[in-house]
Design a protein around this ligand. Structure first.
Ligand SMILES: [Zn+2]
Ligand SMILES: [Zn+2]
Length: 417
């Protein structure tokens, strides 16, 4: 961070003064603030040796307006972007960063709980209408049984959205509806599952509510980041989580808050917190053992009523650098350290186009998606009422061959009397 500013402008050799405000000093009433402590998405080019991580979801399966479920976007200095988990509600946060959807096409799933993949449908369809020209690549683990693995989950997902996929393929273009699955064996330690242009992703097993979950090691330009999906404390995390610049690991609300606020029975509260997840004290013990450059705790409803309880629990066993994550928190990781900020996002994001445009609709060879029954149901007067607007639209955009009215009229056999 720049914290040296000239107190006078225009000459090179003037006195400099070191200021300690993180945002710098404004020395002129007409001046521009040098740094606002925050990150405005889309305004900051990354260094070649830099990773920017944005929390697009930090919450729980119980939906909350302020916190989507698990999602972390990692952007690398070489331009690569990877989404780690895409939990319910997170697509709204991702959209607010206004990154062209064609670059948001790599999703790594730590496991197949819906709070870690529930917004796959939203980015799949939203990116399709938002201009993504290509399909989605999804990496995820096998399961103990074939039908519990990522390949089966994605096959099932495409069954679930069969009507959406077929009709959208017909009306827009088919390619963005594809899902390319990269399933890997959850049991293999330190397994390389991705290696492109200097970004390497490895996996190791996690222990959660059944076989399958994994955590990820992300390596780039000599830096190392760990993203832990849901997990109980396990030996693999201690073994592979060391020497990391930044470690993201779940930390669950204290059991009492589960009982008092989440209204869970006390026995389930303990199991949820501290048996198949990781308690504050256990999180702290893990971090003080692996000693990351910076630790990030997430997967708890983060508010005044809860955060101090969890923070105190973590501090019983860990004194190092720590973020208590909320949505849209940002970490820039460089070889010299980690900088935490908040993203300032818009509530009214639009899709931003990328350089590649979508292909045209491909209707030839496809079975029809309409029957004569439905085609006979259009009500013609409303279509006629928009004729002039269509003429203006065609003129404005110089559309030559796209007046579909003659065909439409022919199709409307019932003529909607
Ligand atoms: Zn889970
Ligand atoms: Zn979870």
């Amino acid at each position: 961070m720049r914290n040296i500013y000239n107190i006078s402008l225009g000459l090179i050799a003037l006195i400099s003064v070191e200021v300690f405000a993180a945002g710098g000093v404004v020395t002129d009433p007409a001046g521009v603030a040098p740094d606002r402590y925050v990150y405005y998405p889309g305004t900051e080019a990354l260094d070649k040796k830099e990773i920017r991580i944005t929390a697009c979801g930090t919450g729980m399966p119980a939906a909350r307006h302020n916190q989507a479920a698990t999602c972390f976007l990692m952007e690398f200095g070489n331009g690569d972007k990877i989404i780690f988990d895409i939990g319910t509600g997170s697509a709204t946060n991702l959209a607010s960063y206004m990154i062209p959807y064609q670059y948001l096409d790599k999703i790594f799933l730590s496991h197949l709980h819906t709070d870690h993949m529930g917004d796959l449908d939203a980015i799949w369809a939203g990116g399709w209408t938002g201009g993504r020209p290509n399909g989605l690549n999804v990496w995820g683990p096998t399961g103990l049984h074939p039908e519990l693995g990522t390949q089966a989950a994605m096959d099932g997902f495409l069954d679930f959205v069969a009507w959406d996929k077929e009709t959208r393929s017909f009306a827009i273009t088919p390619l963005p509806g594809e899902i390319i699955v990269h399933e890997f064996d959850y049991r293999i330690e330190n397994q390389k599952i991705y290696d492109e242009e200097g970004v390497v992703v490895r996996t190791f097993p996690a222990i959660h509510t059944g076989d399958g979950p994994v955590s990820f090691i992300i390596e780039y330009e000599g830096m190392k980041v760990i993203f832990g999906g849901d997990t109980a404390p396990n030996k693999w995390f201690i073994k592979h989580g060391k020497q990391a610049d930044l470690v993201i690991h779940e930390a669950f609300m204290v059991p009492n808050d589960f009982v008092e606020l989440y209204n869970q029975p006390p026995q389930l509260a303990w199991r949820a917190c501290c048996a198949f997840h990781t308690s504050g004290q256990a999180f702290g013990k893990i971090m003080s053992t692996i000693e990351p450059g910076h630790a990030v705790a997430y997967h708890f409803l983060n508010e005044e009523a809860t955060r101090y309880h969890l923070y105190d629990a973590i501090r019983e066993t860990y004194a190092g650098p720590l973020s208590m994550a909320i949505d849209n928190m940002v970490w820039n990781v460089t070889p010299t350290g980690v900088k935490e900020r908040m993203a300032v996002i818009t509530d009214d994001a639009w899709p931003v186009p990328g350089p590649t445009t979508q292909g045209p609709p491909q209707r030839k060879g496809r079975r029809p998606v309409f029957s004569d029954f439905t085609n006979a149901g259009y009500w013609l007067p409303a279509y006629k009422a928009q004729n002039k607007a269509m003429d203006r639209h065609m003129e404005k955009y110089n559309l030559q061959d796209q007046d579909w009215r003659p065909g439409m009229m022919k199709m409307m056999k019932g003529e909607g009397k």
